[in-house]
Design a protein around this ligand. Structure first.
Ligand code: DON
Length: 522
């Protein structure tokens, strides 16, 4: 009786802590899941560096944030080491070899919807390969040690908090269509808040990955099970596709802005380039007060122009050229920010695109398949789930990576010292929410908590309307914007940011107050 009452009234204790930034003197991790941030801190305390901790948090998110954390998804990471080395790794999903430009369009020219739900929506996953590769290059601890907290969380279970229960309940109709129902639903509903959610199949997969590295996921029994389940359910990812997957090391996009240096993500994410264009437009004009007509209209124009460029010019064109050469002979989201006691920093955003990805779930492996293929222009010129209208340069092609908006970013101050590690979730709103938290800190000198709380704006060229969070634009400002030809409309929220900021004596970290997990440090 008491247990039932407690379960019914159990509220995640992090809900209040999410309203303010956490402070710690040495190191800090901000993610969408408190136990996943704790997993990273555990690794830091065992002697790991920021990369070890980020990888530990990444694997833990695959357990504790099932709607977005993942093994069968992909992402991007920017690393800045205290010795000055910087790198970016693209572990985005890739279109399978059997993918075709019109695979999501029926004979009458209509979108079939299969880029969003079900097995055919999945690209070849990159998360395991990416996390393994970055740990191999920059990590300090044995790989198995870094995966251990995630195994424990999958085996022993994690406590279902109100946020997790809410998202499972919301997506119950999707989950009930796939093997995921056996793990995540109880009589068709979310598990009760305060109960433990165990994932034994995922634990077994994580154990294999811990023991044998990425190889265990892309070759052998796991790859075979994934490909078989795909094949049985109309998907096109094969064992050969899995075996061929490679993450790509890249050079970060470097942007100079008001004396600061921003390290951003290059293609196949549009994040770094689009942000760079927004900052370039703002760099040359005076800083106007936050929320003023001058500030809002300058930001709106910068966002609109940058998105126009993004949507019409950017795509994974390099990959396609090489994939085509190969063919002639033979392409929901979560951000986490980590800083360790030496000042090494990791900014990474990873996704399965929609909440619980394609819904498709291979039960024996314990993973949700991404629906990242929907980030392609599956019908060039027709809006995707985020309303993005993109062109031929981002059409579906084998070996190509769908254009992303993920924007993991690291900001250095004018002396080259680490200042801010930041990124977001929310499709195209990732770019604009990340940009505004940076602007709020650099230009408007807000504290981290205020920078995160401040209402955000969003413009993505099409639709040609400035979206604002409640109270983001006063009616007087909206009237003045209208006179300048800028249409406005309210939207519930723009992005979910996770950030770590260097402050006097240590670091502040914060998960977006719109979500409210706790950042964890020591
Ligand atoms: O890569 C992208 O831009 C999208 N797949 C991100 C999706 C996303 O942020 C959904 N999350 N809330």
């Amino acid at each position: 009786m008491l247990a039932a009452m407690l379960a019914a009234t159990w509220v995640a204790p992090v809900a209040v802590s999410g309203q303010r930034a956490q402070f710690a003197p040495h190191a800090m991790i901000a993610s969408n899941s408190t136990p996943a941030s704790e997993a990273g801190v555990e690794i830091l305390k065992r002697g790991g560096n920021a990369v070890d901790a980020a990888v530990a948090t990444g694997f833990a998110l695959a357990v504790t944030l099932p709607e977005a954390g993942n093994l069968a998804g992909g992402g991007y990471m920017v690393v800045h080491m205290a010795d000055g080395r910087s790198a970016a790794i693209d572990y985005r999903e890739t279109a399978p070899r059997a993918a075709t430009r019109t695979m999501y369009v029926d004979a009458s020219g209509k979108n079939t919807g299969e880029s969003l739900v079900g097995y055919k929506a999945a690209g070849v996953p990159g998360s395991v390969a990416g996390l393994y590769e970055v740990q191999r290059r920059f990590g300090r601890l044995p790989f198995a040690q870094v995966v251990a907290p995630a195994i424990r969380l999958a085996e022993q279970g994690f406590v279902v908090d109100s946020m997790t229960a809410r998202v499972i309940e919301k997506c119950a109709p999707l989950l009930s269509r796939f093997q995921s129902r056996d793990v995540f639903l109880r009589d068709g509903h979310a598990p009760a808040v305060g109960t433990k959610l165990m994932q034994p199949a995922l634990a077994k997969t994580l154990r294999a990955i811990a023991a044998h590295g990425a190889e265990a996921f892309y070759h052998g029994a796991i790859a075979h099970a994934l490909a078989e389940d795909m094949h049985a359910n109309g998907g096109i990812v094969t064992e050969e596709d899995l075996a061929a997957y490679k993450p790509a090391w890249k050079t970060p996009v470097v942007t100079k802005f008001h004396g600061y240096t921003l390290l951003g993500m290059p293609l196949s994410s549009s994040g770094g380039i689009t942000m760079s264009r927004i900052f370039a437009a703002l760099d040359t004009i005076p800083i106007a007060p936050l929320g003023s007509v001058a500030q809002v209209s300058a930001l709106t124009n910068a966002m609109r122009d940058a998105f126009e460029y993004r949507n019409t010019k950017l795509g994974d064109t390099t990959a396609v050229a090489s994939a085509l050469r190969q063919t002639r002979e033979g392409n929901e989201t979560t951000h986490y920010s980590v800083v360790d006691a030496d000042g090494n920093a990791v900014s990474t955003t990873t996704t399965i695109n929609s909440l619980f990805g394609a819904g498709a779930y291979t039960g024996s492996v314990g993973v949700f398949w991404n629906n990242e293929m929907d980030d392609f222009a599956v019908q060039p010129g027709v809006p995707n789930q985020f309303g993005l209208v993109m062109g031929e340069q981002n059409s579906v092609a084998p070996g190509r990576r769908p254009l992303s908006s993920m924007s993991p970013t690291i900001v250095l101050d004018s002396t080259g010292k680490l200042l801010l590690v930041v990124g977001s979730r929310g499709g195209p709103r990732i770019i604009t929410s990340t940009t505004q938290v940076i602007l709020n800190v650099i230009d408007h000198h807000l504290t981290l908590a205020d920078a995160m709380r401040a209402p955000r704006l969003h413009h993505q060229a099409l639709p040609d309307t400035l979206l604002y969070e409640p109270q983001g634009v006063t009616s007087a400002v909206a009237d003045s914007l209208k006179a300048k030809g800028i249409a406005t409309a309210e939207t519930p929220s723009v992005g979910l940011v996770d950030a770590v900021l260097r402050v006097s004596g240590g670091y502040e970290g914060m998960d977006d107050p719109r979500r409210q997990a706790a950042a964890v440090g020591y």
